[in-house]
Design a protein around this ligand. Structure first.
Ligand SMILES: NC(=O)c1ccc[n+]([C@@H]2O[C@H](COP(=O)([O-])OP(=O)(O)OC[C@H]3O[C@@H](n4cnc5c(N)ncnc54)[C@H](O)[C@@H]3O)[C@@H](O)[C@H]2O)c1
Length: 326
């Protein structure tokens, strides 16, 4: 019998890829999304699929969530307030959304789990490491945040509280859950509107407009293709021996933001120039950036068989295609 899966944030960037992947493999998928940063167009052609039930609603509504979760085998919790720009512009929404949603979902799943077991995937982030000065971050490393007067840390802290909540439900109530910390996931349908760098660069390059690099552009990031991420999280959820475990999910190859801008211009054949701007000019004085962010992925790849198959160039091509089709 095919399994039934609930995805919160199904109309979002990662959620829309996960929904397609599960449907393609014959699962019944229930998606919930309030279409705040996600878009119905991301899943438009799936809405006629009889194995897909889509609900446009706030996932913080406990009675709606309770109904939707009543018969599911797996839950992927992706709904959150996401993106550096959104976090800077609306810190109250970030903190409330991220913590309230997770609390509500965990209450619902704890009740459901008493009747029939359910497995939860929780989407965490590299931002939980804060500004830990280590060059490479491992799952057991210290979480190091700046002062509470610097608003950007609220996103990472809210996700760290979520991780604590998930682990508390595992320990106290025997819920089965696995946590993945995403490091810069990229691919088609990601929007640059909330501060995500790669779609912002690609969209500017396609218009031959200047690519804005913040600060000196020497900050380094690792980008992983969303199709790889979907395969990775599905394998993690399918395993029975990882409840209470946390995994970094990312690429171990880093690139500077300046080189990323050059790569996008070269790959798209754009006439764009590169301009530099202090990040504080965009996100306000109350902002602090991380110089590098690289995951140690040894724990992940000793736990699963899948190995990433897509490159950063593939992601750039996919973003070009998805922007061109809009
Ligand atoms: N994309 C990345 O590089 C990245 C990195 C680290 C962590 N993450 C995490 O992965 C998850 C998915 O991120 P994404 O990149 O797909 O972003 P996204 O913004 O595209 O997806 C989040 C989805 O949640 C929905 N949502 C927000 N609040 C909601 C609510 N109250 N009720 C119902 N739906 C709601 C949004 O409309 C959106 O569709 C998030 O939890 C995010 O924190 C993503």
């Amino acid at each position: 019998m095919s399994k039934t899966v609930l995805i919160t944030g199904a109309a979002g960037f990662i959620g829309s890829h996960l929904t397609r992947s599960l449907l393609a493999d014959g699962a019944n998928v229930i998606g919930i999304d309030n279409e705040s940063t996600g878009r119905r167009e991301n899943i438009a052609e799936l809405l006629d699929n009889s194995n897909f039930q889509y609900v446009c609603s706030d996932a913080g509504d406990e009675s709606v969530l309770s109904d939707l979760a009543s018969d599911v085998d797996e839950v992927y919790h992706l709904a959150a307030a996401v993106g550096v720009a959104l976090v800077a512009a609306d810190p109250v929404r970030t903190i409330q959304t991220n913590i309230d949603l997770t609390q509500t979902l965990l209450r619902v799943l704890e009740r459901r789990n008493r009747v029939r077991p359910v497995k939860l995937y929780f989407a965490s982030t590299s931002e939980v490491y804060g500004r830990n000065p280590a060059r490479i971050w491992s799952e057991d490393d210290e979480l190091v945040y700046g002062p509470t007067t610097i608003g950007r840390w609220s996103y990472g802290l809210s996700k760290a509280i979520d991780e604590h909540l998930v682990l508390a439900y595992v320990r106290q109530f025997g819920l089965s859950a696995v946590i993945g910390r995403f490091f810069n996931v990229v691919g088609a349908r990601q929007t640059g509107q909330y501060g995500m760098v790669l779609p912002r660069f690609v969209s500017a390059a396609l218009k031959n407009a200047p690519l804005t690099v913040f600060d000196d552009g020497a900050q380094r990031r690792c980008f992983i293709h969303v199709s790889d991420v979907v395969k990775i999280i599905r394998e993690l959820v399918s395993k029975s021996d990882n409840s209470g475990q946390i995994y970094n999910i990312g690429s171990s190859e880093s690139i500077s933001i300046l080189d990323l801008a050059k790569k996008v211009i070269a790959q798209t054949g754009s006439k764009s120039t590169i301009e530099f701007l202090p990040s504080t000019a965009v996100y306000g004085e109350n902002f602090e950036d991380c110089r590098w962010r690289t995951p140690d992925v040894s724990k992940l790849f000793s736990a699963i068989e899948y190995r990433p198959q897509f490159s950063l160039s593939d992601a750039i091509s996919d973003i070009v295609e998805s922007i061109s089709n809009e």
